[in-house]
Structure formats: C-alpha cells, structure tokens
Design a protein around this ligand. Structure first.
Ligand SMILES: NC(=O)c1ccc[n+]([C@@H]2O[C@H](COP(=O)([O-])OP(=O)(O)OC[C@H]3O[C@@H](n4cnc5c(N)ncnc54)[C@H](OP(=O)(O)O)[C@@H]3O)[C@@H](O)[C@H]2O)c1
Length: 261
C-alpha cells in the first residue's frame, strides 16, 4: 500500500516519549517531516537526535506546554516559518491524575479540562489556516475510555469522550476543506503512563506491580500489553493518503480489551 507520506509535514504533540514519540518515529520512517512538541527539552533533544539518524526527513522540536495558549501560538508560528506547511496534526497530551469523583478537586477538573480537551481545541484552531491550504488530517489521541469508562480515572473518562464529540463534529464541519478527522484510543500500550497507573493500582490493592500486570493481561484477548509502534501504525494509516474516506470515526488499539461492539 502506498501511504504517500514522503515529504509531508506532521506536527506531533506530546512527543518526548511514549505514544507521541512512537508516532513521530513512524512518520519519520515514512519520510514525513516532523515537528516534535512537549515540555521536557532534554528529552526532546534526545528524540530529535534519535529520529534524525533515520534518514531523509526533517526533524525538529519546540518546547511547548500545551496548557499555555502563548506556547501554542509560538509552536504554530515556528511551524509556518520553518516548515512552511502542515499536512498532519496529531493531538496528544499527558494523562490526567487518577481518582474517583469524590477525590477530585475543582482545580484538578480545571487542569484536566485544559490539558486533555481545551489544548486540542486551541491547537486545532491555530493549525486550521495551514491545514485548510491543501486539505489534511487531524488525529486526536484519546483512550479506550471513549468506549468504556475505566474505574478510578474519572477525569480521563470525562474529557476523552469530549474529544470524540469534538472530532466527530469537526469531521462534518471540515470535510469541505478535505480535512479528515479521526480519534484513536489506546488501551494498555506499554509506556510510562501505564506503568504509573499499574503502580497506583498495586499500592491500592496491596499487590506487586507484576501481579497487577498479570491481572491486566488476563483481561486482554491478545494476552499482552501493546507496543507503542503497534499504536503508531494505526495513526500513520489514518494520516496517510491511503486513507481517503475514513473520517469522523473512533478506533481502539487495545488488543481486544474493550468488549463492546
Ligand atoms: N499508553 C496507554 O495505553 C494509554 C491508554 C489510555 C490513554 N492514554 C493516554 O494517551 C496519552 C499518551 O500516553 P502515553 O502512554 O504516551 O503517556 P506518557 O508516556 O506519560 O507521555 C505523555 C507525553 O505527554 C507530554 N505532556 C504532558 N503534559 C504536557 C503538557 N502540558 N504540554 C505538552 N506535552 C505534555 C509528555 O512530555 P513532557 O513531559 O516533555 O511535556 C509526554 O511526552 C496520555 O494522555 C495517556 O493518558 C494512554
């Protein structure tokens, strides 16, 4: 299958590690120029170094806290100045704190809204003039909680479903510009975030992290956690020219964990 990604430009948010980094790497493997964006400059430098060794694509980074609208504007200005175009926007973020309804303060609700939903809105708004020029792709990363709430993660459960509503509505509003908008939800992909959540679970249940991982794996039909590269493959397909008719859809990459149809 011809993906048609060579020479295109992708902005990958929250890409200093985990899923964002794997997505950026998958794009570079296809010859797509990538701008990395997140807060930790040391890690961004390392990722830039690693991806620049791959070959023909341009890789750069900008330090950006996506909860800060000024940072978002500066990021898109850099993109325009240095890359001159944008074909693909991948929205991603850090995960919100774990907790049940009665644990979460107003401040935590506000912070999670700004990190996990409002940042996507602001980034799309800033990128839209560039994406409109030649049509493009927006892929919004969410969570398996878009199909089934995860116990003890009320902030994620609430704002990730907001991403789905946003994506679906935008798929209708932006179709006239040939901008395709989709959502992808990860489930148990082996990253620091999942390790962090497994640690919390282990403490709460008085078990070892290995026991928690074993219990989790038993809920996944494929019997293992996914690799970030396996998640990235789905994003790359949706971002590619090979995808010309999928928009407004939500997909899970979760080894079959979520049982709803
Ligand atoms: N892995 C899974 O199976 C899974 C399942 C469900 C949902 N998710 C969600 O998918 C997203 C990515 O997951 P992951 O597993 O890759 O998480 P991760 O390993 O914790 O990586 C999170 C990324 O977000 C960036 N980030 C955090 N806050 C930011 C901010 N304010 N501004 C800019 N960048 C920020 C971090 O970089 P800096 O520290 O450099 O800013 C980092 O690159 C998270 O929201 C996670 O909750 C993941």
């Amino acid at each position: 299958m011809e993906l048609g990604l060579k020479g295109k430009t992708a902005l990958v948010i929250a890409s200093s590690q985990g899923l964002g980094k794997a997505i950026a790497k998958a794009f570079v493997n296809e010859g797509t120029n990538v701008l990395l964006a997140s807060r930790n400059e040391e890690q961004l430098k390392e990722v830039k170094k690693e991806l620049s060794l791959i070959g023909n694509a341009r890789v750069d980074y900008i330090v950006c806290d996506i909860t800060n609208p000024k940072h978002i504007k500066a990021m898109v200005e850099k993109l325009l100045k240095e890359y001159g175009a944008l074909d693909i926007l991948v929205n991603n973020s850090g995960g919100p704190p774990a907790g049940a309804f009665e644990d979460i303060t107003d401040e935590q609700w506000q912070n999670a809204f700004e990190l996990n939903l409002l940042s996507y809105i602001r980034i799309i708004r800033e990128c839209l003039p560039l994406l409109k020029q030649n049509g493009g792709r927006i892929i919004n990363i969410a969570s398996s909680s878009i199909k089934e709430p995860i116990p003890g993660l009320i902030l994620s459960n609430t704002f990730r479903t907001g991403i789905v509503g946003l994506s679906k509505t935008l798929s209708m509003e932006l179709a006239k510009y040939n901008i395709l908008v989709n959502t992808v939800g990860p489930g148990r992909i082996a990253t620091d975030r999942v390790k962090h959540l497994d640690n919390i679970n282990a403490k709460n249940k008085g078990k070892s992290i290995e026991e928690i991982e074993e219990m989790e794996k038993q809920t996944i039909p494929l019997g293992r956690y996914g690799e970030p590269e396996e998640f990235a493959n789905m994003v790359v397909f949706l971002a590619s020219e090979a995808n010309s008719y999928v928009t407004g859809s939500s997909f899970l990459v979760d080894g079959g964990k979520i049982k709803s149809i």
